[in-house]
Design a protein around this ligand. Structure first.
Ligand code: DLL
Length: 429
């Protein structure tokens, strides 16, 4: 579609969803009434800015079904996000929502290169998490052969890969990395594996880390993005050009705001992604604050698709660490350490408060543990890592080089930050 046609469709759907929310979800009606916004006020896409923003707390306050716009009898599936603190956020899908979801996913996996010849292992946890079933239905829709392995039982997972000649893997980048390391340790040669495509998502992954995963498996990796509150995976994904994640713009209207002032930023700016769902019936979202930091570009892609593209997520505004007043994203550390030959791709950041100052310790695995017995070489490497990190982060850090395979491995999303500062000490992002 031409840009103007996409926007015309978005406007039509936006008007529908604002009215639909106002009429069916008391939470939205109250918020809009309070802000003096009537659904008829939406005359063009940028009028979205009059609608109050929605945050995760809305879903928590109305737990479990308070944000649903349809009676429960019309809901055919429920998912929930794990949520490390507080109540999980619960989302419901009507049959139309599920059909649309499969369509969005089908487009994304097709753009990544999957088709009916794809034999794909889904190594996301099946269950309340949206990742596994989301990819599952999209891949079935395009006629791929789906192997619903789920997470865990990694040795068996690898056995299926060898025996089924699995050529695509759906997983988090961290689990794809872990599986590749495990595969190398087993007695089977890597040539017994046939992976050609990694459809990875659900957490960030720097280009350096992606390169490492691609090298280990000999496969091409694409990124896909989404969040439970807007329906799960399927919001956006990379095509083979890998020049941004194509947004399914007929299903989502995206804005970029300044996370502090909440003002909408001009096209091309980096800031927090805010999403309005354009077709969801079960639990429509108006201006949902994702907390994810990215940028949107609107020029058509070389692949021929005309949908807007978002950059890979730079980090979450609530993952951003403020250390001695400096903003630090874990992805910045990742990009440095994965580029250093002597270091493995596993790391952990430990933030402490010592006296009145914050300290950052970067724990990272060595590829060759024998280096630990040579003080001089170890010191040299430590200094090199320290200096490179300082250039990128702008702050001092303590580098702890540890034995290979001693840091935690993850089957789902990786947790790489251990913030040991007391709650009251942590600066607000
Ligand atoms: O992670 C949905 C999903 C599943 C997306 C599978 C892609 C593949 P939640 O558990 O609600 O939903 O977590 C959403 O995860 O706000 C981001 O911070 C992060 N996230 C998801 N995909 C990416 C990605 C699913 N490709 C939260 N890159 C989001 C970076 C991602 N971060």
């Amino acid at each position: 579609m031409k840009r103007a046609d996409i926007e015309a469709l978005q406007l039509e759907r936006l008007k529908w969803v604002v009215r639909y929310c106002y009429d069916n979800v008391p939470f939205y009606r109250e918020k809009m009434d309070k802000a003096g916004v009537n659904p008829d006020k939406i005359k063009c896409l940028s009028d979205t800015r009059y609608i109050p923003l929605t945050t995760k707390s809305a879903l928590r306050e109305t737990y479990p079904f308070g944000m649903f716009a349809t009676p429960i009898k019309d809901i055919v599936r429920i998912h929930a996000s794990s949520g490390t603190t507080g109540k999980p956020t619960v989302v419901g899908y009507t049959q139309n929502d599920l059909n649309n979801w499969a369509e969005m996913m089908a487009r994304i996996v097709t753009a990544a290169g999957a088709d009916e010849n794809t034999i794909v292992q889904i190594a996301f946890g099946y269950g309340m998490f949206t990742g596994a079933l989301g990819l599952h239905y999209g891949l079935e829709k395009i006629g791929a052969t789906v192997v619903p392995c789920s997470t865990g039982n990694s040795q068996k997972q690898l056995m299926f890969m060898r025996d089924f000649k699995t050529n695509a893997l759906v997983a988090t980048p961290s689990y794809a990395l872990y599986l590749s390391e495990l595969a190398k340790e087993l007695e089977y040669p890597m040539s017994d594996y046939n992976l050609k495509l990694g459809l990875l998502g659900s957490e960030g992954c720097t280009p350096e880390m992606r390169g490492q995963i691609e090298k280990n498996w000999g496969m091409f990796v694409t990124d896909n993005y989404g969040l439970s509150e807007t329906g799960g995976p399927g919001m956006s994904g990379e095509c083979r050009e890998r020049n941004g994640l194509h947004i399914n713009e007929d299903f989502f209207y995206c804005e970029i705001i300044d996370p502090d002032t909440e003002e909408v930023l001009p096209p091309g700016s980096t800031g927090e992604l805010v999403v309005t769902t354009l077709t969801k019936e079960g639990i429509p979202m108006l201006r949902y604050r994702t907390r994810d930091i990215t940028r949107i570009v609107y020029e058509p892609c070389k692949c021929g698709r005309t949908t807007a593209r978002m950059d890979k997520i730079k980090g979450r505004s609530d993952d951003m660490l403020i250390i001695r007043g400096v903003n630090v994203f874990p992805s910045q550390v990742e990009s440095v350490i994965v580029g250093i030959e002597e270091l493995g791709p596993h790391y952990q950041l430990v933030v402490r408060r010592e006296g009145f100052s914050d300290t950052l310790e970067v724990q990272v695995e060595l590829i060759d543990g024998s280096l630990l017995s040579s003080f001089e070489n170890l010191k040299k490497l430590q200094t090199r890592v320290h200096d490179q990190l300082k250039t990128v982060l702008g702050i001092e850090s303590k580098i702890s080089l540890v034995q290979p395979k001693t840091l935690e491995r993850f089957q789902g999303k990786a947790h790489r930050v251990l913030d040991l500062r007391g709650e009251g000490d942590k600066p607000k992002a």
